[in-house]
Design a protein around this ligand. Structure first.
Ligand SMILES: Cc1ncc(COP(=O)(O)O)c(C=O)c1O
Length: 406
């Protein structure tokens, strides 16, 4: 953090949290590139495709139509209607317009939900590996993240038994992200039902599902939506989604939550005192994304599938790495357990996945994110939201670097 003049006291809140490690890794790769280093950047958390043309055009049309003012706090009614229709069509769940809150990215929606519901003494269950922001958001809201490690032998998934043992009288939420960033793990309907059965027995616990990668699934299976599987939980589920990953719209900053009216109203109150509303132009673009031609979604999925297959095959040829094929999202999460304890050509012993990450960066010019950022080591997260030649070059360099270890 930059030096702050003495007069300005930092809050306990900000001292409790850290900048997003994936963003730090991305910035480090970009800085090295700016210094002229040849870096293969495999840190990206966003699609490398252009936003589809019809979505771009919707922005121009909205501007020309004068849609350049504040919108309602919870989003335009056109967008909320498009979201309600999408959730009924694709997820089999029915919501009313006042059960939807549109925010500046799924990230803000999750933050709003936590800010509106948790505080000192409350616990939030987070299966690890997790998206880097959940624990820090919980901490920023004065509550305690309860991290449950979900090992590779269980497909990196939360089991019903592990969930049951993590619940205490202070548990307020369980956050489930599937397909998961970083592992791509996805819950079958039976696995999800086992989890919803546990929640039925604990009426004080709510479920937040982060579905941001729902369309990046490699088995082409139907969505698994807990609110559709177990309608009795409908009044304690917050479904979070957005357009960032599905439609290559990360810079638009647009996400949404669907849930019980009182929760959505409270999230809107938080938003009304922070950002007021999401950009009107992003809302017009998201409406076009949800209502328009969906062919981009299948094309992108096919490209990610080819990249996943190639990346997994190449990584599994590298001594010391082993990679399980992810079921979705655009990352692979190879174990680097076989490299721990090895010595680099300059004599350093690799003790952690962060050491491995730094060795690959320094020695091979390949940037990734370390598993410790996601709560489960020793792993590395490699993004496949980049071209096949980049993935192949990255793996070639990593292989050479691994072969140079003793
Ligand atoms: C699991 C997960 N949830 C939420 C987000 C944030 O999405 P948005 O761009 O809609 O804020 C990300 C972005 O990396 C993510 O990986």
């Amino acid at each position: 953090m930059n030096a702050v003049p003495d007069m300005i006291q930092l809050s306990a809140r900000v001292r409790r949290i850290k900048p997003s490690p994936s963003m730090v890794a991305r910035d480090r790769a970009r800085q090295l590139q700016a210094q002229g280093r040849d870096i293969v950047d495999l840190t990206a958390g966003e699609p490398d495709f252009d936003t589809p043309a019809h979505i771009q055009e919707a922005v121009g049309k909205a501007m020309a139509a004068g849609e350049t003012r504040y919108t309602p706090v919870n989003g335009t009614s056109a967008l909320r209607k498009a979201i309600v229709a999408k959730l009924a069509r694709e997820n089999g769940v029915r919501y009313e317009l006042n059960q939807i809150s549109v925010g500046s990215g799924a990230k803000q929606v999750i933050y709003n939900a936590l800010a509106a519901t948790v505080g000192d003494g409350d616990e939030v269950i987070i299966p690890a590996p997790y998206w880097v922001s959940y624990p820090d958001m919980v901490l920023a809201c004065d509550a305690t993240p309860v991290v449950v490690r979900c090992g590779e032998n269980n497909g990196f998934k939360l089991s019903a038994d592990a969930l049951e043992s993590a619940i205490t009288p202070r548990t307020r939420w369980v956050i489930l992200n599937a397909p998961c960033n970083p592992t791509g793990a996805f819950y079958s309907e039976a696995e999800m039902r086992a989890l919803t059965d546990v929640l039925l027995r604990h009426p004080h616990v709510a479920l937040m599902t982060d579905d941001i990668y729902e369309h990046i699934r490699f088995d082409d299976g139907a969505p698994v939506c807990p609110a559709a599987i177990e309608p009795q939980l409908m009044d304690r589920i917050l479904l979070v989604n957005g357009v960032s990953k599905t439609y290559a719209m990360t810079g638009f900053r647009l996400g949404y939550g669907a849930g019980p009216k009182a929760l959505i109203a409270a999230m809107n109150t938080i938003q009304s005192q922070s950002t007021s509303c999401t950009s009107s132009l992003s809302q017009a673009a998201a409406t076009a994304a949800l209502e328009g031609d969906q062919s981009f979604v299948a094309e992108a999925r096919q490209a990610y599938r080819e990249r996943r297959d190639r990346a997994v095959a190449l990584l599994n040829e590298i001594p010391g790495l082993s990679c399980r094929p992810p079921e979705g999202a655009f990352y692979v999460y190879p174990s680097c357990a076989g490299l721990i304890g090895k010595r680099t050509p300059s004599g350093t012993v690799l003790e952690t996945d962060s050491d491995v990450l730094m060795y690959f960066l320094e020695h091979a010019g390949v940037a990734m994110v370390d598993g410790s950022a996601y709560g489960l080591s020793p792993y590395l997260r490699m993004s496949i939201a980049t071209s096949l030649p980049q993935i192949e070059e990255g793996c070639r360099r990593v292989k050479e670097a691994c072969e140079a270890l003793r």
